[in-house]
Design a binder for this molecule. Structure first.
Ligand code: BJW
Length: 237
């Protein structure tokens, strides 16, 4: 490939694991001790908004913990964006802000952002640094109790899909880092990128559900393997 061809980086929970944020699919099948259906579906939110707000409030508080900070994988991706002679787009499934804190500027949060809230009525998106609750009202339209975490739950359509699809169609390299390949549409991006002619790379601690589809597979912790991959890639340019 020409060394200035665009790069799309898809990240998942594994890129933030070494920053102290738990991945979703731990061996017990629970997320932070909750059933997926209870905390990551619109139905779960409708039936128990207090539980879901508490779940996301705790994750928001965790993000403010000084021990949670970008790790060498986030930092290497920010370096790639700064030093690569072409476009680098980070498409993250993560709702934390660790890519931005590391210095990445071209980041798309396809599953939303923990530090934002959205009005279920008018769709206004606002900053949410502190706790949210079922009685919060919308600053834009005044609706009472309409504020929800600005995240994408199962059954909802991920954000910015047009921008993501067109970047994947144009990229020369597609790399997926720390994602299980279980959740669609993100799990299908590697097929789309491969069919469009991109070189596809997976970096993961272990095999994912879609490992066999990638051209190149790098096994190991993101905090070690991503800086090494970025170093190799920049050395070729
Ligand atoms: C390391 C590491 C280290 C650890 N170093 N690596 C049947 C078949 C196919 C699809 C469907 C189906 N039934 C329903 C669907 C669709 C559904 C879906 O995919 N379900 C599957 C479970 C089957 N998808 C949806 O509903 C999506 N919407 C949709 O499809 O709309 C239709 C549409 C699409 C496009 C256009 C038009 C219409 C929405 C999905 C929303 C997902 N939301 C969540 C919650 C977000 C908010 C929150 O964070 O709370 O997003 S679920 C959760 O999973 C979260 C994550 O972003 C997402 C992906 O998880 P991820 O990142 O892969 O984490 P893990 O834990 O699974 O894996 C971690 C990986 O890291 C592992 O591989 C480890 O090995 C690795 N790792 N440490 C490197 N140190």
């Amino acid at each position: 490939m020409a060394m200035s061809e665009p790069i799309v980086v898809l990240t998942g929970a594994g890129v933030s694991a070494e920053s102290g944020i738990r991945t979703f699919r731990a061996s017990d099948g629970l997320w932070e001790d909750h059933r997926v259906e209870d905390v990551a579906t619109p139905e779960g939110f409708a039936s128990d908004p207090l539980l879901v707000h508490r779940f996301y409030n705790e994750r928001r508080q965790q993000l403010r913990d000084p021990s949670v900070r970008p790790n060498p994988a986030h930092e290497a991706l920010a370096r790639l964006e700064r030093e690569y002679d072409g476009d680098v787009l980070v498409v993250t499934q993560n709702i934390d802000d660790l890519h931005e804190r590391a210095g990445s500027r071209n980041v798309v949060h396809m599953h939303g952002e923990l530090l934002k809230a959205r009005c279920a009525g008018c769709g206004a998106v606002v900053a949410a640094v502190g706790d949210l609750g079922p009685t919060d009202s919308c600053e834009a339209c005044g609706a009472l109790g309409a504020m929800r975490p600005h995240v994408v739950w199962f059954g909802e359509i991920p954000l910015l899909m047009d921008e993501i699809s067109s970047a994947i169609q144009r990229c020369g390299t597609f790399v997926a880092i720390g994602t299980s390949g279980l959740v669609y549409p993100a799990a299908g991006f590697v097929q789309v990128a491969g069919l469009a002619g991109a070189h596809t790379v997976e970096i993961n601690l272990t095999t994912s559900y879609v490992t066999s589809v990638f051209d190149e597979v790098v096994t190991g912790p993101a905090g070690e393997q991503v800086p090494a991959w970025v170093e190799r890639l920049l050395a070729r340019t």
